[in-house]
Design a protein around this ligand. Sequence first.
Ligand SMILES: N[C@@H](CCC(=O)N[C@@H](CS)C(=O)NCC(=O)O)C(=O)O
Length: 352
Amino acid sequence: MNTFTLPIRLQGMHASPYTRKVLGVLRYRRIPYRFIIGQPGLFADTGHVDTELLPVAKPSLLPTFYQQDEAGNERAFTDSTPILEQLDQSSPGRSVHPTDPALNFINYLLEDYADEWLTRCMFHFRWSHDADIEKAGTLLPLLTSPSLAESMLEGFKADFSQRQISRLFVVGSDKVTAPVIEGSYIRFLQLMDAHLQQHAFLMGARPGSSDFAAFGQLTCLTHFDPTPMALSLEHGPRTYAWTERAEDLCGYEVEEGDWLDSRNLPDSLMALLKEVARTHMPQLLANGKALQAGEKTFETTIDGLPWTQPSFPYQGKCLLWIRERYNKLEGDDQKVVHNILATAGLLPLVKD
Ligand SMILES: N[C@@H](CCC(=O)N[C@@H](CS)C(=O)NCC(=O)O)C(=O)O
C-alpha cells in the first residue's frame, strides 16, 4: 500500500468534480496539501511548478496524486475512492469513513452513486445544452491558463468542446436517455433537499466520503453549468447552499457520535437509496452482465426507457467491489445491510 507524506501533492482542475471531491476532503480533514492546477502531461499555467518532472498516471485522470518512492522517484496515482481510504492510514482523525461497518458500506454505495451516476448527469448537462457548452467551452481552457491568448482560445474551445460532445455516448447520454438523466437529477435534488432539512450531511451530523463525492459533482451541477444550476435553484435550494458550504469544512467540529445510526436510518436516506436502485443499479447490473459475456455494448431499461451504451470496464469493477465489500461484512452488520438493501430494492446489487 502507498503511504503519503505531508504535504500531500496533487494535480487537478477546478472544473473536475473528482478534484473538488478530494480538495473538499483534504480541507475538512485539515491535511496539509499542495494543489497543482493543471492536466497532467498537458500544457497548463501551473504557477511555476515544473510539471515536466512529474510522471503521468495510466490512465491519466484528474486528480493525480504524487509520492516519492524510496529511491526518490516520483510516482503518480489516481482514483479518489481508494486514495481517500489510504489517507486514513497516513493521517488519522476526522475520517470520512464511518466506524460502523454497516454505515460504512452505505457510505461506499452512495459514494459510488455520486462518482458514477451523478457524474453522468454532470457530463450530460455540460455537453448537451447550448448555454452549458458555450460556458464550459470558453472557461475550461481559461481555467487551464487565464492568460491564454485570444487567438488560441477559439481553437482550444472548438477542439475541446467537439471532443467532449463526441464522447456523450460513453456515459449513455443521447436524445432517448436525456429525460431519464435529467429526471434523475431533479429527483436527486428534491431528495437531497428533504434529507438536508433534518441532517447536516448524508452521513449525519458529520460528512462521509459519499458527501464529498456528491459535493464534487454538485460543484459542477449547481455552481458551474447554467442549466443544472437553474434546476437546483428551482428544485433544491438547500442542496445549492449545502454545496457552497461543503467547499471548506475545516472549521466544522465533529464527534464520533455524529454519524447516523445504521440500525435506524432516516426515511430521507432510504429514499435516496431507492433512487440508487432506480437508476444506478440497472445500468451497473446490465454492464456487469455484458462484460462477463464479452459484449462491447449493453442495453437495459431505466425508468421505462431504453438505455444503450458501450460496456464500461471500470464500472464492472465498481460492481465487483460493492459485492466484495458486502461479502466481507460480518454477522449482524451484514444482516443490517441486507435489510436496508432489501427495503431500498437494492438486493440485486449484491446477489446475482
Ligand atoms: N474514478 C476516478 C475518476 C476520475 C475521472 O474520471 N476524472 C476525469 C476528470 S473529472 C478525467 O480525468 N477524465 C479524463 C479525460 O476527460 O480525458 C476518481 O474517482 O478519481
